[in-house]
Ligand binder design. Structure first.
Ligand code: GLN
Ligand code: ZN
Length: 769
């Protein structure tokens, strides 16, 4: 096919859409069902209505082929486990009795049965339920959901394409089921899984599917030759089927790299590639394999996971290049639009001048349709859209919000020395020891205390105008008094104010920093029915005034013991926001770091002797490809040090992180040069303490001895046993005693009892030293 006819055939599509509905109808229906207030039929009706509205919206917006099967009551990976019959043994009875209740039991657990584990979907903030597989796993096809949703869309008279998690990605995302050897590799089940996919494909074909999309995002990560082999085998076998729809293998979240030649050779009819992340190398790789002659190429040119408008001219030029490389080029977003909010026009509080820069799912859909039109009919058909887009882009790049000269010159003046403490650790440790006078095995907490209903109500009352600021602040001060009094009585050594004034550890700071925007309706699915509204880091970041000092200082005025100041670090501020895409992340991190550095210094001036800068997201933002890790960790750790290096040697800098595994970032943890780090460790029996020791970590550490993820109260003996384990790795003069993470999700009764036991454990183990 010539590139001209490839252009004439160009169409538009998306891989998936936000599920919740414009007013979070799905969340309400599902949660209502859990509470018994909504019947199963009513829940199904809501779902049908939402799906239909989405497809109709897409069709009306000019999208030629709509996705089906991307909808989910909870999670699409869980849906895939159901589709292939991978139901864990402990859930089979419930699923057999009532498939819907069984489904939710797998997602959330019940009184007696644990749910599937949940983890992050690649480097997004969406979480999926991890398939549990073992050598005994028997797969069986259940295509009912996929077939039903396809038929719903076909009934509307639309061209529809079922979207499935691909077999290789499904297996790569799985883990050994409980009781199965930890070194079991789910990928070894491929030959057993493929016939099930074959059956589903045949069912979809029979139901009228012309194309089926198989998502293989796991292939944008580094893969072993064995895994690449599995890809080749999987698509050779599926391609060889006679009774099947045409196959579109989709990749996203980066370039395919070594997997591209494998897929290009595979007997499938189409590939979907991401041209937003590493677009240039993706293009080079594609040219190097000789393009995709005879295949359909779906080009993800609109960023599906960030919220900025597309540069339409730039996308058209990418698409133009691609026309020569495939039989047919379709326009799409880089990934499912699940990761962005629904509609930026709902944001009435954002300055209209700035709202023009934003593209949520609806706006991205329009961009995709426009680009397809431009490709088919020539740019003359979209002159007005191109002109408006140019004006919007110019408004963004020329705005005072994105270019604050004061911020720019301050960042430009930063030196390496600014990101280094002036004194080496041993000197600091000695100065801090003298100033703080703490016992061996000092006790502390991670920051937040229970966010009670009363606190949340007070915040809602303030927003609704039912109480005034003074009334709200009285309430916060009362809470701080209670938190301080409890900690003193419990005998904790380094106190916290409890963070009662914070709605969220990122949003609270975003609301006070210039350069950040808040959305009213920008909900994005985090997992199941949990939706978050990430703030938008839109411009140059500065701090008009101190953000936390008065609360920390108030807490400090109530006690003679040290009260830790509590801040969210620059990496986490970026990780849990939508970030600007018009400059390198490291530059944005440096701006945030300087704003936070001022806060750190102000806390110190107000008499705070211990300051904690949380970086729970440091590891989760690690790039998907190992080759990019070093560059990321370099700017990430430097921005942390820039935040924390302006203080005196006798001011103690803490940091905190929480995930099960740290092994691969211990060096980066060391590079933070924090005086004390607290980490999640209770469930892994102090694994991280051993990892720090192996690395020769030279500073103080508090591996958590209290798992805060459940209401369970650890006994003093249990906490003491963990502490003794910690002492095997970390010497007594460098070991702290603390919970795994903040206590905001806990209730007061279990918090009180657990912390009392934690202090008792510390005292007991101290007496043994
Ligand atoms: N200081 C925060 C808290 O205690 C830390 C939260 C976190 O690590 N996610 O809530
Ligand atoms: Zn934490």
């Amino acid at each position: 096919m010539t590139s001209k006819s490839a252009a004439a055939a160009a169409r538009s599509t998306v891989y998936g859409y936000p599920r919740q509905g414009p007013h979070r109808e799905l969340k309400k229906a599902v949660e209502g069902y859990w509470k018994g207030r909504v019947t199963a039929d009513a829940l199904r009706d809501t779902a049908v209505r939402l799906r239909r509205a989405t497809w109709q919206h897409l069709a009306d917006a000019g999208i030629h082929e709509v996705p089906t099967g991307d909808f989910s009551y909870y999670d699409h990976v869980l849906d895939t486990s159901v589709m292939v019959g991978a139901i864990p043994r402990r859930h089979r009875e419930a699923v057999g009795t009532d498939p819907l209740d069984g489904y939710f039991a797998m997602a959330r657990g019940t009184q007696d049965v644990a749910p599937l584990e949940m983890t992050k979907w690649f480097d997004t903030n969406y979480h999926y339920l991890v398939p549990e597989l073992g050598p005994d796993t028997v797969f069986s096809a259940d295509s009912a959901k996929q077939v039903a949703e396809l038929k719903e869309a076909l009934t509307l008279g639309l061209a529809a394409r079922p979207v499935l998690v691909g077999p290789v990605t499904y297996l790569l995302l799985a883990k050994p089921a409980p009781g199965v050897a930890a070194d079991f590799e789910p990928l070894t089940l491929l030959d057993r899984l493929l016939p099930v996919y074959a059956e589903v494909l045949a069912d979809l074909r029979a139901a009228g599917a012309e194309w089926v999309q198989l998502d293989e995002p796991a292939l944008v990560q580094d893969r072993t030759p064995a895994a690449l082999n599995a890809v080749a085998r999987a698509y050779r076998d599926l391609g060889a089927l006679t009774d099947r729809p045409r196959l579109l293998v989709a990749s996203y979240f980066g370039r395919l790299g070594d997997a591209l030649p494998v897929l290009a050779k595979a007997p499938v009819e189409g590939l979907a590639l991401d041209f937003t992340e590493s677009a240039a190398s993706q293009l080079e790789d594609l040219a190097a394999v000789g393009g995709l002659p005879g295949k359909r190429l779906v080009a993800g040119v609109v960023n599906g996971r960030n919220i900025w408008i597309n540069d339409l001219s730039k996308s058209l030029s990418t698409l133009g290049t691609l026309l020569g490389l495939a039989d047919r080029v379709d326009v799409s977003a880089s990934c499912s639009l699940l990761h962005v909010p629904l509609d930026s026009t709902a944001e009435r509080d954002i300055d209209p001048q700035i709202a023009r820069w934003l593209a949520f799912a609806h706006q991205k859909t329009a961009e995709i349709a426009t680009l397809a039109r431009g490709l088919v009919q020539g740019t003359g058909a979209i002159t007005a859209e191109l002109a408006a887009n140019r004006a919007d882009l110019a408004s963004r790049s020329g705005s005072a919000l994105t270019h604050d000269p004061a911020v720019r010159s301050r960042v430009a003046a930063v030196t390496d020395a600014d990101a280094r403490r002036a004194h080496a650790y041993p000197e600091r440790a000695a100065a801090q020891r003298t100033r703080l006078g703490l016992p061996l095995l000092p006790t502390t907490t991670i920051g937040s205390f229970p966010q009670t209903t009363e606190l949340r109500t007070a915040r809602a009352d303030l927003r609704a105008g039912r109480i005034d600021t003074a009334g709200y602040e009285d309430r916060i001060r009362a809470e701080i008094r209670e938190v301080i009094a409890f900690q003193e009585k419990a005998g904790i050594d380094v106190l916290v104010h409890g963070e009662p004034e914070r709605n969220d550890m990122v949003q609270y700071f975003a609301e006070q920093l210039t350069g950040y925007l808040a959305t009213q309706h920008g909900w994005v699915q985090s997992y199941g029915t949990r939706y978050v509204r990430p703030p938008v880091l839109a411009g140059d970041i500065s701090r008009p005034e101190p953000m936390t000092v008065r609360w920390t200082a108030y807490a400090g005025s109530l006690t003679d013991r040290p009260v830790k100041g509590m801040l969210t670090g620059p990496v986490t501020m970026l990780a849990w926001s939508f970030v600007r895409d018009d400059q390198p992340l490291g530059d944005t991190a440096r701006q945030v770091a300087l704003a936070l550095r001022d806060e750190v210094n102000d806390l110190e001036s107000a008499g705070t002797s211990v300051i904690q800068v949380d970086e729970p997201a440091l590891r989760e933002t690690l790039p998907l490809r190992a080759a990019e890790h070093a560059a990321y960790l370099d700017w990430a750790t430097a921005s942390f040090r820039l935040t924390t290096s302006g203080v005196r040697p006798d001011t103690q800098i803490h940091t905190h992180m929480c995930y099960a595994e740290f092994g691969d970032i211990v060096r980066a943890i060391d590079d933070l040069d924090a005086d004390v780090i607290s980490l999640e460790a209770a469930r892994s029996h102090m694994q991280v303490a051993r990892e720090l020791a192996e690395h020769g970590y030279p500073r103080e550490a508090g591996p958590g001895v209290y798992d805060i993820h459940s209401p369970r109260i650890p006994s003093a003996e249990e906490a003491a046993a963990l502490l003794r384990k910690g002492l095997e790795a970390i010497p007594a003069d460098r070991l702290w005693v603390n919970p795994d993470c903040g206590l905001k999700t806990r209730g007061w009764p279990e918090t009180r009892a657990s912390l009392q036991n934690l202090v008792a454990a510390a005292r007991e183990v101290r007496s043994e030293l």
